[in-house]
Each structure stands twice: as structure tokens, then as C-alpha cells.
Design a protein around this ligand. Structure first.
Ligand code: CTP
Length: 403
């Protein structure tokens, strides 16, 4: 999934021959899952029709303050357009439009929208090579950089004038990857590796039966998605669950038993930056696993259980630079038990949820949690969706690792 998916992209087109390429650009943005609106300068309509762009973007195209074809003259609200945008991309950006952007000249709808937009602005210059090198254009680039606007540099090649040199607008595919990479590079967990456990474990009794629990895995999967949204590379070790996730930054390792989860976690922990163990791991398993299905011969059946390995505690005992997070599901004396677990398992943070809170627990869509860090700072949260809890948790971890 592209990082542009779900984003509102406002494409500003100014009047240069490269405007013909914006048809492909709009298609690529739409294909990446973005919502696209187009605002054009009057002269850009000489190079590509609003109808083409409207058809491809599936939205009306704006080029003047009022809709001149409409006898009621509806006002096109540049402030609303500017605020709607998550990203404003000016492509092609002519020398004229760049100079206006640098100086705040507001003589068309594109410029009024540019001045109203609060979102990141990208611009892809397109002009002849001498215009591209002119001190006035170079000055525009510098001024726009000082505003925080981001330049997608022109490339070298044959220009419409027949001359060969720098000034050709970046190709639509390159504009899209430039913007995707720029957004990804700025994500706060970019380059960080996060290990997460989720779901229950099943401990075999015989070939058809097991000891398990009601964990749905939802909390762990939401944490994985929240971490990936922040740019982290995630390894998600998941016990048996119906939850699914498809994200290029999330690698799912399916496991069944405590032993499999332990092995998978230990195979990856060394190179991780953060480990969040939200799985509801079985604490005991049958000492002997029957090779054949156990027959109901007698009225009672005694299973001898042995302790499983505590995965979280085992990580706590070997951790070096890693930020280690555990969960605690408690029924009584909650805060004290959670604090004790934090110390005993050598954690940086523990997420406490109490079975006494309505809406918290295994199968629900919601959770009510309290964070306790290793300085015993306690943050209590209201009942929230597991998606929000996952975001709160990732924000808390970010704050702690950057502190
Ligand atoms: N956990 C684990 N491996 C286990 C058991 C638990 O990694 N075998 C992790 C869970 O993923 C969770 C935390 O430990 O992060 C929860 O611990 P919990 O089972 O509640 O705590 P215990 O220390 O086993 O204490 P008790 O069961 O007595 O409350």
C-alpha cells in the first residue's frame, strides 16, 4: 500500500508544455489510493483540458474564482481547497508561477490556493535550460526552500525548444516516488525495527486438542499497524488468530505454541529497537503430548501441566539497547501487580488493563489501559478503540525513546 493512500492531494498545474504529462500524474496519484483535486492556471488550459483532468481525478477541476460556465457563478473557495489538501503539488511549476509563489503574487486561483494551504508543498519546475539557470529562478528556488516548500528537481534531456539541458519536469512516476520517499523519510519511526507478539498460543494435549485462550490478537495487530504507519519495520509474531494485515512494512510470522513463539521472538530480538509483547501466552502446557487421540475411557482425566517459558522475562534478562514493553491483565491489586511485573521482567513500559473495567479485555473492539514506565510515571487512559490505544502506545514509546 502506498503511503499516499487516503491522502488528499491538490495538484496545481501552471502553463508549460509539461502540463500534458499531468494526465499520467493524476492517474498515478489515484492509483496509489489518493483523493485528487486539480487547480489550474488559465494558461495551463492551453496545454491540457480540464475535462481530461476532471475525468481522471473524478473531481471538478478549478481554474478561476467563479465557475464561468455556470450562470449562477458559484464561487470556488480557495481557502477550503487549500485546507482540504494534505499535500499540494505544483507540477509543472513554470518560472512565472515560481516567481509568484516566492513573492506572494495572488493573481489567480492557483496562487490564492497556494497562499491558503497549510500543508506541505512540493513543486516540480519545468522550463527551458537558460530560464532554469537564471539567477531570478535560482532565487525563487531558494526563497521557496526557506518557506519549507520542497523542490522536485527538473531533469536533463531534450526540451520542447529543441535544446538539450536541465529544465525538463521530472517524469510522473518519479514525482510520485519522490513524494512517497520524502514522506517516508520524515516518519518518526523510519529505520526503527519493532518486534510484536499477538494473539493466544495453543498448547497441544493430543493431535486434536489443545489448551488455549480467548485472545483475538486484535490489540497486537493494531499495534503493528500503528508502528508501520509511523514508518517502523515490524515483525509480528502471531499465535492462531483470524486477524489479517497486509502492509509492506509488516512481516507476519505465524506460530502456534509458546515454544514456537519463544523461538521466533529470540531469532529476531537482537537487532530490534523496540519489542512489544501483547500476546496472551499460555503459562502452562501438558507435560506429555499424547501421540494418539485420547479416548474417553474413564470418568475423570488428569493432565499434568508444566510451566512454559516466560518469553517477556527472557527478553528482559538479555536486553541491551532494546525498549521492552509488556502487558499485564489483572483482576485485583492492579497497579501494584503491574509495577511488580515491570520490575521483575526488567521492562521499560507496561500496559495495564484490568478485567474489572467494562469494555477492556480479550474479544472487544475497545480497551482501557494505564501506562506505567520504568520511572513509575502513570498515565491512565479512558476507554478507547484498540486502534486509538495502539496509537497512544506508539506515541508514548516514541516520546520515551526520544527523551
Ligand atoms: N508473557 C510472555 N510469556 C509467557 C507469559 C506471558 O511473554 N509465558 C508476556 C505477555 O505477552 C505479556 C506479559 O507477559 O506481555 C503478561 O504477563 P502475565 O502472564 O500477566 O504475567 P505473569 O508474570 O505470568 O504473572 P501472573 O500470570 O502471575 O499474573
Amino acid at each position: 500500500m502506498s503511503i499516499l493512500s487516503g491522502k488528499n492531494i491538490l495538484l496545481g498545474i501552471s502553463g508549460g508544455i509539461a502540463a500534458y504529462k499531468t494526465a499520467s500524474l493524476v492517474r498515478l496519484f489515484v492509483k496509489s489510493g489518493a483523493h485528487v483535486k486539480v487547480v489550474m492556471t488559465p494558461s495551463s488550459k492551453e496545454f491540457i483540458t480540464p475535462l481530461t483532468l476532471s475525468t481522471l481525478s473524478k473531481n471538478p477541476v478549478y481554474s478561476s474564482f467563479t465557475n464561468e460556465d455556470d450562470e449562477n457563478s458559484v464561487w470556488n473557495n480557495h481557502v477550503e481547497l487549500g485546507l482540504w489538501a494534505d499535500l499540494f503539488v505544483v507540477a509543472p511549476a513554470t518560472a512565472n508561477t515560481l516567481a509568484k509563489m516566492a513573492n506572494g503574487v495572488c493573481d489567480n486561483l492557483l496562487m490564492a490556493t497556494y497562499l491558503s494551504a497549510k500543508c506541505p508543498v512540493y513543486f516540480a519546475p519545468a522550463m527551458d535550460l537558460d530560464m532554469y539557470k537564471h539567477p531570478s529562478t535560482v532565487r525563487s528556488f531558494k526563497v521557496l526552500a526557506s518557506y519549507g516548500n520542497i523542490m522536485i528537481p527538473a531533469t536533463s534531456g531534450e526540451l520542447a525548444s529543441g535544446l538539450v539541458g536541465e529544465g525538463r519536469m521530472a517524469e510522473p512516476e518519479d514525482i510520485v516516488s519522490f513524494i512517497e520517499d520524502d514522506i517516508l523519510d520524515k516518519l518518526p519511526m523510519r529505520g526503527k525495527k519493532v518486534l510484536i507478539t499477538a494473539g493466544p498460543t495453543y498448547e497441544a494435549i493430543d493431535p486434536v486438542r489443545f489448551i488455549g485462550n480467548h485472545s483475538s490478537g486484535k490489540m497486537g495487530f493494531e499495534i503493528a499497524k500503528a508502528a508501520a504507519r509511523l514508518g517502523a519495520e515490524v515483525i509480528l509474531v502471531a499465535g492462531p488468530t483470524h486477524e489479517k494485515v497486509k502492509h509492506s512494512n509488516i512481516k507476519v510470522i505465524p506460530v502456534v505454541s509458546n515454544k514456537e513463539m519463544y523461538d521466533a521472538v529470540h531469532a529476531h530480538f537482537k537487532v530490534m529497537d523496540v519489542a512489544i509483547l501483547s500476546a496472551a501466552v499460555a503459562d502452562y502446557r501438558p507435560k506429555e503430548v499424547a501421540k494418539e487421540k485420547i479416548k474417553k475411557k474413564s470418568d475423570t482425566l488428569v493432565l499434568e501441566l508444566e510451566k512454559t517459558k516466560d518469553i517477556l522475562a527472557s527478553l528482559g534478562s538479555i536486553k541491551e539497547h532494546q525498549f521492552l514493553v509488556g502487558f499485564a491483565l489483572e483482576t485485583n491489586n492492579e497497579l501494584e501487580n503491574a509495577k511488580d511485573k515491570l520490575k521483575r521482567k526488567n521492562l521499560n513500559l507496561i500496559v495495564l488493563n484490568s478485567l474489572n473495567d467494562k469494555g477492556a479485555g480479550f474479544k472487544s473492539e475497545t480497551n482501557k489501559v494505564t501506562f506505567i514506565d520504568d520511572k513509575e510515571h502513570i498515565t491512565e487512559h479512558q476507554l478507547k478503540t484498540k486502534i486509538q490505544v495502539a496509537e497512544d502506545l506508539m506515541n508514548k514509546i516514541l516520546k520515551q525513546i526520544n527523551a
